[in-house]
Design a protein around this ligand. Structure first.
Ligand code: BGC
Length: 698
């Protein structure tokens, strides 16, 4: 059926055939009012069973390669309503072969909004080329603690970083399909995800756990997935405060809310009345007949059903064209351009944590190189749960290094035999040891592998290997892989260089080699605190039925408690150095509806071109309430040639400095002196450039 016929089927003719004129226009070309009137007309013609059917998801397949996320809100052929098919998509389109990007946490470390939008676009394209309409991502749950098994699926510990990158992903993906920010909300423990009740006060919820979802909604997200956990006593999928009061009423969300996949709903009436629009993936469990009966019994109002169906149809008619796959070329899936984007993302997300005495990059003086550790030879792409994506190929670090090494002789040693490792380490100019995590150590809790990572240190064998190699060769470089923080105190001081490569995607090995050999200058910065030990963090409890989340975690917690982490939030080195100077604010008294613009000059004072991530934090001098020492409020990336200076402008709306007053149930701006601090990381010594301002017209 072509577009004209499709539109005719759903009753649109004439003016409705005009092509989209707005950037955020419907992919179907229909205007909002056309969609709304079509939905109204259909609602009037639908039986209760037909309405409920739209709200009752189905699992399409559990066959290998199809992933766990292949489900649908069904079609209705009588009325010409298309099915909406979902696909798991956080590091790629999870059905058949597709581009495997670095995990979201690696992309979080790139702090690169434009890059994340392009990645969203490619994942969206590939999802559509596979005939699916909704990708189940991005995950924007806040990383409260690095032990969370699914840390790799999100972008970090800070609401602003999460929100900016999540929104960029939504915008990119929705050029082709619907996106589905998840898991709404407070989902950041995996082992207990099916039963845990997360308890937090309203201020914590509003200021720490929700702002990033709001950014995704403001970016136009078409769907949202509820979380498995309970929040303040109600399952998130049955939580009227979250779904109806905040998401739909306050934020004006126009899309549909679907449930997460297993046990995310346990009560038909509670879910429907809370505003859950679509039960996935088995809508017979609580919706289907049970929901129709509940309506007949008067336990669920017809208007709730109509509201759900309106939301579902609205998105279907906005995104699902009749010839949905037309022009979406299978040959473009994981093609050269997509692979090169994956490689670029792996480079940009790699964080250089330590580099003493020019241990990196490996230079012309290195004639013999030893690569050690089992991870070096693994295609270490991340979790095997719902975020799993099958790559057409994947490059291990060892393969990448061998390809790039040229005349450098590369010897590989798994590192099981420490005596052998020491002997080899002694015979070469430099050693690179690979260590960290795999899907066995962390991931989605599916019962048999992964789950939360309670011990943040390396495996004992890896620690022993690093120590042996470091004793035998002073140029011992450690490259870490994994989804979140790793504790390194046992060996950190013994080695001159450490880099965090995360799960770097199918092009990861090439990206790692490019950074190690200096073809690329690392620029990633930590999207979370790396502690010296787990004791420095807020507690992590994956067992209890009730877990309280306080206001503080991550860098805000450490600032407040005066704790010095191993590596601070926002920290990352480069092969060059940058100087920050001349911080100036556009105003020292900013109207609440105006913009604060902080400008700073950044100069590349080293010998290599590079990119620097510039961060703006705000402090609250004389606050009357309990506020963080500082909050990240803006950031930007700047590319600089050696000797070059550029001015970076960081913008902030005073509204973003408001706090949520739970007694008033409202956001309020304090009449105090604010401190704008700009620099290369959240470390106090890195934020010496500062200026004060006040907000007026409050
Ligand atoms: C996960 C979701 C995922 C869904 C479908 C659930 O278990 O929590 O993130 O989208 O499965 O695969």
């Amino acid at each position: 059926m072509d577009r004209r016929n499709f539109l005719a089927t759903i009753g649109m003719t004439g003016a409705a055939l005009a092509l989209p004129s707005r950037a955020n226009a419907a992919l179907t070309g229909l205007s909002d009012s056309e969609i709304e009137s079509r939905v109204m007309e259909l609602l009037a013609r639908m039986t209760l069973e037909e309405k409920v059917d739209q709200m009752s998801g189905r699992l399409l397949s559990l066959s290998p390669g199809h992933g766990l996320s292949f489900g649908e809100s069904p079609a209705n052929t009588r009325l010409g309503i298309p099915a909406m098919i979902t696909l798991g998509a956080s590091r790629g389109a999870g059905m058949g072969r597709a581009t495997v990007f670095p995990v979201s946490m690696c992309r979080g470390a790139s702090w690169d909004r434009a890059l994340e939008e392009r990645i969203g676009e490619v994942i969206g394209y590939e999802t559509r080329a596979k005939g699916c309409h909704t990708l189940l991502g991005p995950c924007v749950n806040l990383l409260r603690h690095p032990s969370w098994g699914r840390a790799q699926e999100t972008y970090g510990e800070d609401p602003l970083l999460l929100g900016v990158l999540g929104a960029a992903h939504v915008i990119g993906a929705q050029k082709h399909v619907m996106a589905c920010p998840k898991h709404f909300a407070g989902n950041s423990i995996d082992d207990s995800r099916f039963f845990v009740n997360i308890v937090m006060d309203e201020r914590t919820l509003r200021e720490i756990y929700l702002p990033h979802f709001k950014r995704c909604v403001d970016a136009g997200a078409a769907t949202i997935m509820s979380a498995y956990n309970h929040l303040n006593g109600a399952l998130c999928g049955q939580n009227p405060h979250l779904i109806t009061e905040i998401l739909k009423r306050e934020w004006g969300f126009q899309g549909l809310v679907m449930s997460d996949w297993t046990n995310a709903v346990d009560d038909t009436v509670a879910a429907a009345n809370a505003g859950l629009n679509l039960e996935m993936p088995d809508g017979k469990a609580h919706y289907g007949k049970k929901l129709a009966e509940a309506v007949r019994a008067g336990k669920v109002l017809q208007k709730n059903i109509d509201e759900s169906v309106t939301r579902i149809l609205r998105q279907k008619f906005k995104f699902i064209t009749p010839d949905f796959r037309k022009g979406y070329d299978q040959d473009r899936i994981a093609d050269k351009d997509a692979a090169s984007l994956a490689r670029q993302a792996a480079v940009k997300g790699m964080v250089l944590l330590k580099n003493r005495d020019g241990a990196l990059p490996l230079d012309a003086g290195v004639k013999g190189l030893a690569v050690m550790g089992e991870l070096a030879a693994k295609k270490n792409l991340g979790d095997l749960g719902s975020s799993f994506v099958l790559p057409p190929y994947a490059v291990s670090a060892l393969e990448g290094i061998r390809r790039r090494a040229g005349a450098v002789k590369v010897e590989y040693c798994r590192g099981k035999n420490l005596g052998e490792a020491e002997r080899i380490a002694r015979s070469v100019d430099a050693v690179v040891v690979f260590a960290g995590c795999t899907w066995r150590d962390e991931g989605e809790h599916l019962g048999y592998w992964g789950g939360d990572r309670l011990n943040l240190e390396l495996h004992p064998g890896e620690t022993a290997l690093i120590k042996a190699a470091a004793r035998a060769n002073p140029r011992c470089i450690v490259v870490l892989e994994g989804g979140s923080a790793i504790v390194m105190e046992a060996w950190k001081d013994m080695v001159p260089a450490i880099a965090m490569a995360w799960y770097p995607g199918m092009e990861g090995g090439n990206a790692i080699a490019e950074v190690l050999f200096g073809d690329q200058n690392p620029s990633g910065k930590l999207p979370m605190v790396f502690p010296k030990s787990a004791d420095q963090l807020v507690p992590f409890d994956p067992v209890s039925k009730t877990v309280k989340y306080g206001y503080y975690h991550g860098y805000r917690w450490m600032d407040k408690k005066n704790i010095e982490p191993a590596f601070p939030f926002g920290f990352g080195l480069s092969y060059t150095s940058y100087k920050y100077s001349k911080l100036r604010l556009n105003k020292n008294s900013v109207d609440r509806d105006d913009k604060l613009v902080a400008q700073v000059d950044v100069t590349n004072i080293g010998a290599r071109a590079g990119e620097e991530i510039v961060q703006l934090y705000i402090g609250y001098n004389g606050t009357k309430i309990d506020r963080p020492v500082k909050d990240l409020k803006a950031f930007g990336r700047v590319a600089l040639d050696p000797g070059q200076t550029r001015t970076v402008s960081l913008e902030l709306s005073p509204q973003e400095l408001a706090w949520f007053n739970p007694e008033k149930g409202a956001w309020q701006i304090e009449d105090i002196e604010y401190l704008a601090m700009v620099g290369p990381s959240s470390k106090a010594e890195d934020l010496k450039l500062s200026d004060k301002f006040r907000i007026i017209g409050i």
